[in-house]
Design a protein around this ligand. Sequence first.
Ligand code: NDP
Length: 448
Amino acid sequence: MTDNDYDQFVIGGGSGGVRASRIAASHGARVAVAEEFRIGGTCVIRGCVPKKLLVYGSHFAEELHDASHYGWSVTGMTFDWNVLRDTVLRDVDRLEAAYTVTLDNNKVDHFKERAEVAGPNTVTLASGRDITAKYILIATGGWPVMPHFEGNEHCITSNEVFHLPSLPKRVVVQGAGYIAMEFAGIFNALGCHVIVVNRSETLLRGYDEALRDRLLQITMARGIEYKFNCPIKRVEKLADDSLMVTVGDQDPFPADVVLVATGRRPKTDGLGLESAGIALGKNGEVPVDDFSKTSCDSIYAVGDVTDRVQLTPIAIREGHAVADTLFGGNPRSTAYDCIPSAVFSQPPLASVGLTEGQARNAHGNIKVFTSDFRPMKNVFASRQERGLYKLVVDAGTDRILGIHMIGPDAPEILQAAAIAVQAKLTKADFDATVALHPSMAEELVLMR
Ligand code: NDP
């Protein structure tokens, strides 16, 4: 081991890379990580964390709107985008510092520069230095895809959206996936006019159809416009810096910001993996086996760069498993069959396990229980929006195969309910659980 500069060299200081570094070091390995941008990666720097803070910030609009029904008189209400933006960015700085301290505390060396693979056991830093390691871990994450259309240089992605110099009046969002629906909700709540354009007529592909329909209905009632089956053809910049957007054969319409959220692809350009005999997959991903090992025995890869499941907790699990496998004497892989997920749209939706369609295909005979209800806080505030919860159950074994929810706090509730799906509990177990009244979550144990 001592022939190399390090036991493990990690390229990429995001969720997967930092976890793998910290755990490997705790097992006694000599570890270094190289990060060309900022320690923390997409999730902390320009993804989950700042996004969630913007969701919180924008959600006050709903609370303030409903407050009068609860006796509060809110006058002179104003919103300052610069305050929210700067506070969020400061929190990102704080978290980056905390991640860096974690590396230091675990005696992980970190290089603030790009590193590329130069062979099975060698990386080359941007400054020109070669470093050798027994193992190399690729954790470079993903990067937003920008489709080709005329004027796409006038558009922004989720990389830039956290830095907008002012709150736009008119926002066009291209795509109808996670990022699109979350930012459509944020901008709509902050009072912007939002148009979502998508190449198909499906939003949030993969989520339960009834939940998606509910989200569409509620967000349209909240003022979001949708243009389906028409991706952007052209974006033109006018003399006053505003934009004109053309989709399909329709007349152009104006916008101040066009946010493109059409997926993320693995960040492997120029990474040098061919020098270790590793061929990239068709999306540019690093192909790996169940233990995150590439076709080269000394090189592993975790997180979005492997294009398995693009979620932070999965990258963290994969990174942890690699460290345990290589340095902890505990070879283990990551399970992908029961992953809870949420879209922080407004209202949010959350899901774990099989959708009704997937369950029918996999298990044949299933039962579906639904609760379509108006949350008490909405009734009181004369808000018409209804929540929808769904339990998908194997009719033969009574096992819960999936839980799908849309409504206030759905992700918070679902995280606890996901334990039941992971533990293979049955509908009878839910029925036997006493309701916690009054709550929205009690709907989960009251479906008959
Ligand atoms: P998604 O895969 O969620 O959605 C992509 C959207 O863009 C879809 O509506 C898709 O349309 C459309 N699209 C794809 N390719 C093109 C193209 N070439 N031209 C036009 N439209 C296109 O991607 P996101 O960018 O929203 O997010 C990336 C990933 O990040 C997610 O998959 C998720 O794993 C992760 N993420 C998770 C979050 C969370 O957990 N809350 C939050 C944000 C991101 P169609 O479906 O019609 O094909």
